[in-house]
Design a protein around this ligand. Structure first.
Ligand SMILES: *[C@@H]1O[C@H](CO)[C@@H](O)[C@H](O)[C@H]1NC(C)=O
Ligand SMILES: *[C@@H]1O[C@H](CO)[C@@H](O)[C@H](O)[C@H]1NC(C)=O
Ligand SMILES: *[C@@H]1O[C@H](CO)[C@@H](O)[C@H](O)[C@H]1NC(C)=O
Ligand SMILES: *[C@@H]1O[C@H](CO)[C@@H](O)[C@H](O)[C@H]1NC(C)=O
Ligand SMILES: *[C@@H]1O[C@H](CO)[C@@H](O)[C@H](O)[C@H]1NC(C)=O
Length: 169
């Protein structure tokens, strides 16, 4: 079995086995400036459809940054950021904006995942949209509907499990 298959199996287990946990929330849909997301903190899309934060599959001691449906009781993860590089301590790992990108720092503050854009924008924000898309934007652009995202999770389908949506509802 390849690692990828293995991961798919694991994600499938996530679909089947996850129960609701209570999460504290930043009560916002945006990570900006000096804000960091750690531990059980999450952001929620404006209409309350999707939530982003660390999740922990099954009995695993590994934690992943993911996006899941906020409104369905069985936790259904639709996108995973760091599937190759899970962290073992979500309280000291940090998801934050660094040098124009959204990055995940592990326990030793080493960058283990990044949106990896060549953006030179100094004021970048990450927003979780109500369709489940996580977008990275120039926060100084006041009209968000005309600013092209610098990066979006929908453009990273390798990390997306939307195809399995039917399994879950
Ligand atoms: C981030 O923190 C630094 C140092 O504390 C501060 O100078 C800067 O203004 C802060 N930026 C934002 C956007 O809050
Ligand atoms: C979790 O661990 C317990 C105790 O080790 C075990 O009985 C159970 O089957 C495990 N569940 C999963 C989903 O692996
Ligand atoms: C953080 O990531 C770096 C680079 O992959 C690794 O060398 C280090 O051991 C990691 N830290 C922990 C606590 O896992
Ligand atoms: C970023 O710049 C490097 C070097 O110029 C280039 O190879 C890479 O394709 C660029 N990445 C993106 C996402 O534009
Ligand atoms: C933003 O741009 C769109 C498209 O040009 C326009 O329809 C909308 O009215 C603008 N919104 C604001 C707040 O300026």
């Amino acid at each position: 079995m390849t690692l990828r298959n293995h991961f798919h199996t694991m994600i499938h287990l996530v679909f089947l086995c996850f129960c609701i946990t209570t999460f504290s929330s930043l009560a916002a849909d945006t990570i900006s400036g000096n804000a960091t997301l750690s531990g059980d903190q999450t952001i929620v899309s404006s209409g309350g459809n999707f939530e982003l934060g660390f999740f922990t599959p099954g009995n695993s001691s590994k934690h992943y940054i993911g996006i899941w449906y906020k409104k369905v009781s069985k936790k259904t993860v639709v996108w995973v950021a760091n599937r190759e590089t899970p962290v073992s301590d979500k309280n000291s790992a940090q998801l934050k904006i660094l040098e124009g990108n959204l990055v995940l720092l592990n326990e030793s503050q080493t960058k283990i995942w990044s949106t990896d854009t060549n953006s030179t924008a100094s004021d970048v924000v990450a927003v979780l949209l109500d369709d489940g898309n996580l977008v990275l934007r120039d926060g100084s652009e006041s009209n968000s509907s005309i600013s092209q995202p610098l990066w979006e999770s929908f453009d990273n389908p390798a990390d997306t499990w939307f195809a399995r949506r039917k399994d879950c509802l």
